[in-house]
Design a protein around this ligand. Structure first.
Ligand code: GLA
Length: 366
């Protein structure tokens, strides 16, 4: 069917640089070889219909004039994308959209960015909107912040659009538009793999807590007289009085240094050093930024007990996934160790999978 356009958009893991993309810091995500597929067909009656293979998702329908608050649940990402396009003056006349996900639901692997950016890319094709990648990323971000209600940065959208196989994307978020550069990843040549542990945990506090962290960082930057908190020097934590703001700032400035250390370790293929940096990032997110949760901490501990070179939570936190760098022959031991620890806590079984750095969003012929 030639009138159907299909886009495959990967999820992402963030290797390092967590909660820095709204602080003007560097982040280092990579697109992964698990995708969301968006199939789209144009309509001319002002109606949008969406079908999804998510468990329990029924068909959703709304008009192209949809406004925030008029759609809820899984379809908010689709409705938010239509709304964000319209907000930028890109009106579409209607569409049928089919979403198929190969990302575990709620795994924090950016199925939301994959969905919004995939829908925007498909509608761009169908209606000849002439959007470039930066605009598609901004539409995805606007859909999440203005419609879904999560005031996210731009890391996930850029990662799922601009990733390339075998590379991470180093994003400098202090510039507008953000500057990006591919960073070659050669751990597989050196006998290592990246493992994702999808904890299955999702804490309901999450959305409000993300916004709260963002607000705390903005307050700290303001008190320090900085445009971006990632510009803070070592004196910043001494200058701040509030203990919470001190801790948040400590994370932001140490994480900024860790990203630079990680890029350096990757370029030298110094994998044990990279592993140490990843694990230190987790401790900072757990103790100073306080966005981890027991399921993520246990996943990281179990991965390290099973011999991983390093491990950390990835993404926004409060559930979702952890990553670990390990040898392929140790993946099974890691899986067993994590499962045993989860069983002891009576938590449901986490999904453990090896991922590879993959290409970003691309159109697939029907
Ligand atoms: C979520 C957001 C990103 C980023 C991360 C934390 O994934 O969508 O913009 O802030 O959390 O690094």
């Amino acid at each position: 069917m030639t009138d159907v356009c299909r886009w495959d958009v990967p999820g992402r893991v963030n290797l390092i640089g967590e909660h820095l993309d709204y602080n003007g810091g560097p982040v280092l995500p990579m697109a992964i070889d698990r995708t969301v597929t968006v199939k789209a067909r144009a309509r001319d009656d002002g109606q949008v219909n969406v079908w999804s293979d998510l468990p329990g998702a029924a068909k959703a329908s709304f008009p192209t004039t949809v406004q925030p608050g008029e759609v809820d649940g899984w379809a908010t990402y689709a409705a938010g994308t239509i709304w964000a396009l319209a907000e930028r003056g890109h009106t579409v006349t209607g569409a049928d959209l089919v979403l198929e996900s190969r990302l575990p639901p709620g795994s924090g692997l950016s199925s939301s960015a994959a969905t919004t950016c995939g829908i925007a890319s498909a509608l761009d094709d169908l209606f000849g909107l002439g959007l470039d990648r930066t605009t598609i990323a901004l539409v995805g971000q606007h859909a999440e912040s203005g419609f879904v209600g999560a005031p996210v940065g731009l890391m996930d959208q850029i990662a799922v659009l601009e990733g390339t196989a075998g590379h991470a994307v180093l994003i400098d978020t202090s510039e507008t538009p953000h500057l990006t550069r591919p960073v070659e990843l050669e751990w597989e040549e050196d006998g290592l793999v990246l493992v994702v542990i999808a904890t299955g945990a999702h804490h309901s506090l999450a959305d409000g807590e993300y916004a709260a962290r963002r607000e705390e960082c903005e307050r700290a930057a303001e008190e320090l007289g900085l445009e971006w908190l990632a510009q803070a020097g070592l004196d910043a934590t001494v200058r701040l009085e509030d203990e919470t703001l001190k801790a948040r700032t400590r994370h932001v400035l140490t994480e900024t240094a860790r990203v630079r250390g990680a890029v350096n370790a990757i370029s030298r293929r110094a994998w044990p050093q990279l592993g140490t940096i990843l694990t230190a990032s987790h401790a900072s997110l757990r103790d100073d930024f306080q966005v981890s949760c027991p399921e993520l901490d246990v996943a990281v501990e179990a991965a390290l007990e099973a011999g991983a070179l390093g491990a950390r939570m990835t993404g926004g936190g409060f559930g979702g996934s952890a990553i670990a760098l390990t040898a392929p022959e140790q993946v099974q031991a890691l899986r067993e160790r994590v499962e045993a620890r989860y069983l002891a806590h009576q938590w449901s079984r986490p999904e453990v999978m090896v991922v590879h750095a993959a290409d970003g969003a691309h159109q697939v012929p029907n």
